[in-house]
Ligand binder design. Sequence first.
Ligand code: PGA
Length: 252
Amino acid sequence: MTRRKLIAGNWKMNGHLDHLRELDEIANAAEAHPDVDVAICPPATLIAPAVQRVPGLTIGAQDCHAEDRGAHTGCLAAPMLAEAGAKCTIVGHSERRADQGETDADVRGKAEAAHRHALTAIICVGETEEQRDAGEAESVVTGQVEGSLPPDATAANTVIAYEPVWAIGTGRIPTMDDVAAMHAAIRAKLSELVAGEADGIRILYGGSMNGDNAGELLAVDHVDGGLVGGASLSADKFVPIIEAAGFLYGRR
Ligand code: PGA
């Protein structure tokens, strides 16, 4: 099974209107590499203007509420994000699991809401450093997959992002053997949960991915792309990651 690589940028709480100029070059790179899927998830305020500026680039959100409407001050519902032009949304990022106390059940509800409104859910999972040191990384992560994956997950509507919490924004990454082992474990768990779709669901690696390490990470079995934070904020840093994915495609 050939899975197209997906390189997704997560701008987190960074960027104002003037930052959208970075998207021009990113959109050009995406167009130059039609065999690679590229997405940028800016702050929600920038979704509509980003879509307007670069209509050819996939724009996504960073979170959505599990319900479609209601008394939830400050939250955004999936249909609102879809209306703004988002095509996908991150759910269950470790920063939200930590800062907002989101549980696996919450994350599953958000993914289901995304699916109801034709948004691809990028479901994030990942262990803390303490959990890895205690030898629990694999059980924690596969447990998160089990708890967060909606039963209606398909290769088209769901992407998993494995992001070790200790690798996010730190410049540290796991060994390639550890990445390979975790991605294989996630694939095996997907086979248990959604047998017919498991082979097609993309599993991204996230955590300090950059232009220097992307080639090596993206070549690991079952690494089907990257979820990129810091290095997605500028075209200078993000485009080399798209190119690394394109290079691998060329070698296939
Ligand atoms: P980072 O963030 O690339 O800055 O480590 C990744 C993420 O949190 O999605």
